[in-house]
Design a protein. Structure first.
Length: 248
């Protein structure tokens, strides 16, 4: 049993929480951390005299009462824009093929990565036309039936870590490393690429301000949760930090 400042978290609570963490690499650890952080916030709400009917509303009320972050000004927004113009390109696209080695809680990630790496090495030694055959044989994505083709991919159509990689690749390239995403490990090849245009600052200023505000809020919330952890007496769990879906 986990005990947080004298309050127990039992196996039944952990079992009820586990399904929400099924895609994490260590679902039990992730669920345990979540329950501890939620209990710490609940205890802090009690100390502040905050009463809400739902746990989500309770957490939000505590964060609103305890966390203050400044809103980004014009200078901060413009500086971010100048440093990250590649994030504001539109109408760009790239033709993509991939081979997915899907990662699930039951699979050993190290062994799967090593297997995917061996396939990638073999591909680099084979002819480019062999990619479709490899995809049909090894990929866990439905696109395998079409030789791994994802067709023409535009910005914000795939997960960020995948998008960042494929749009950075030159056209007609086979990436010499695996791409790690929440779905697993990918071997990636590009085809025709259209570069697109950079949106003006006035068009994206509100989007930048919102992102900077949310980012600042997430950092402040993480620091706040780490403070609660540092001040608490927690038994039955080694909790190193405050990474949690509470921050998402």
């Amino acid at each position: 049993m986990i005990v947080v400042n004298g309050v127990g978290i039992d196996e039944a609570q952990l079992a009820a929480e586990l399904p929400r963490h099924s895609e994490q690499r260590d679902p039990v650890k992730s669920a345990s951390h979540e329950l501890v952080l939620r209990e710490l916030v609940r205890q802090r709400a009690s100390a502040l005299g905050i009463k809400e009917t739902s746990s989500q509303a309770l957490m939000q009320a505590v964060f609103d009462a305890e966390i203050q972050t400044p809103e980004p000004d014009e200078q901060a927004c413009r500086r971010y824009y100048e440093q990250h113009k590649n994030q504001f390109i539109h109408n760009d696209s790239v033709q993509v093929w991939h081979i997915l080695f899907q990662l699930t809680p039951q699979i050993d990630a190290k062994r799967l990565r090593a297997h995917a790496g061996d396939i990638l090495n073999n591909l680099h030694q084979d002819v480019p036309e062999a990619f479709a055959e490899y995809a049909r044989k090894y990929s866990n994505c439905p696109s395998s039936s079409n030789g791994g083709s994802l067709g023409i991919v535009h910005r914000r159509e795939t997960v960020p870590e995948f998008e960042k990689t494929v749009f950075a690749l030159p056209p007609h390239s086979l990436l010499n490393r695996l791409v790690d995403t929440r779905h697993g490990f990918h071997i990636v090849r590009t085809g025709v690429k259209h570069e697109g245009d950079v949106m003006t600052f006035d068009v994206v200023r509100e989007r930048i301000a919102d992102w900077l505000s949310q980012s600042s809020r997430r950092r402040a919330t993480s620091q706040y949760l780490q403070l609660l952890v540092g001040q608490a007496q927690i038994k039955g769990l080694d909790i190193e930090g405050a990474d949690s879906p509470l921050l998402q």
